[in-house]
Design a protein around this ligand. Structure first.
Ligand code: GLY
Length: 390
């Protein structure tokens, strides 16, 4: 770990990070650990937007779509990094990140859902992730709270979870101890750009922060940032997810593992708290919790785990996933624009991808081109009227 450097007296940094969610904090932490001077700016409190709502599942196969091959492979790399990453961040910060290595059960209620489970199992097997098929009696031996309506289950022993709110605190403290300056309550009003070079950001207060490289980790708001050169823009849209945070007054014990089902999941935190999520809705920047959303979540969860009815509702929330057209993140420099690195578009996988987000962004800062599947340039359309000469 590099010695802590004092950069508080200057407004010029090696790296400026816009956005203090898990993506921005992972980048700030990794960049500070690489010996760079780092300043991160967030308009609110750290991790209070999408990360605050995230369930924290580390589930590369059961969370992804079979067609998303590059994302699946990146997710698997990230999942395998997680135990070391958690240990490193905990050592660097002195704070727990809430990693729970309990695995998950993916359950089906009818024939269609059972067939979908078979497809997930085959997908995992093709990627070297073994998931065992369990008859209902065995599934209920592992999780006695499951209802008899379960027709088939998959045991995903490698699907773990972490607590995103703890992770935010630990990454922030780790970044601070490595010398990063974290500025909260200051809105990035736009990017400072001139002749294809980004040189920092200006804040709504009128202050300007300069940096050799600006990392944009602005989540669902990435496409709306003023001042970006056209060549640097990426198509990120918000995808709303509503969820409930539930608590068992009797303490832990209802579920040990995450239970996933068609359209949702129940993630135990291990202390009697559970996250029940999540809807997936294209509704722009709307974060309203609706009766319909809550009904949908409870209807499915109660059918599978009737004991959910006894839990207290602690919070009802909605967050905005930052989503690209191919659901894969954008991690690297855009072509034709200097001084800019993207770290956005994590869709359903921001927590899972935290270890590789920081690593790929530091690689970009070191001058490496991004993997093509995650490059900003993949969204730049080829000119329509180019003639191909054989
Ligand atoms: N990663 C869980 C979700 O996006 O709902």
């Amino acid at each position: 770990m590099p010695a802590k450097r004092d950069h508080t007296s200057t407004d010029t940094f090696d790296v400026l990070v816009a956005g203090g969610g898990v993506a921005g904090l992972s980048c700030a932490y990794a960049a500070a650990c690489s010996g760079r001077s780092v300043c991160l700016v967030d308009r609110g409190e750290l991790g209070r937007a999408t990360t605050h709502v995230a369930a924290g599942m580390l589930a590369p196969v059961t969370e992804a779509d079979p067609g998303e091959r590059a994302l699946l492979e990146l997710g698997l790399v990230a999942a395998r990094r997680w135990p070391d990453f958690a240990q490193e961040v905990e050592r660097a910060s002195g704070q727990d990140v809430g990693l729970r290595s309990t695995g998950a059960l993916v359950v089906a209620r009818d024939r269609d859902e059972a067939e979908a489970l078979e497809r997930v199992r085959a997908l995992g097997a093709g990627l070297g992730v073994e998931m065992e098929r369990l008859l209902p009696s065995r599934a209920r031996r592992l999780e006695p709270a499951l209802a008899p309506t379960v027709r088939l289950a998959l045991h995903a022993p490698e699907d773990h979870s972490t607590d995103p709110r703890l992770l935010v605190g630990a990454l922030a403290e780790g970044a601070r101890r490595a010398g990063a300056v974290l500025r909260t309550g200051e809105e990035v009003a736009g990017v400072v750009a001139d002749a294809g070079r980004v040189s920092g950001v200006h804040l709504s207060s009128g202050a300007v922060l300069h940096a050799i490289d600006t990392v944009l980790a602005t989540g669902a708001w990435s496409a709306t940032l003023p001042g970006l050169p056209d060549a640097a823009r990426v198509p990120v849209r918000p995808v709303k997810g509503q969820l409930l945070r539930l608590r068992d007054r009797e303490g832990p014990g209802l579920l040990e593992r995450t239970v996933r089902f068609a359209g949702g999941y129940l993630v135990p935190r291990g202390d009697g708290r559970y996250v029940l999520g999540a809807t997936q809705e294209d509704r722009g920047f709307d974060t309203q919790v609706t009766a319909g959303g809550v009904y949908e979540l409870l209807r499915d969860a109660v059918e599978l785990v009737p004991g959910v009815l006894e839990l207290e509702v602690e919070e009802a929330l909605a967050g905005l996933r930052p989503t690209t057209p191919d659901n894969a993140p954008v991690l690297g420099r855009p072509e034709g624009v200097e001084g800019l690195v993207w770290a956005t578009g994590h869709h359903r996988n921001g927590i899972l991808l935290a270890p590789v987000t920081g690593e790929l962004v530091v690689r970009a800062l070191d001058g490496h081109a991004p993997p093509p599947a995650f490059a900003p340039a993949r969204f730049v359309e080829a000119p329509a009227n180019v003639e191909v000469i054989a």
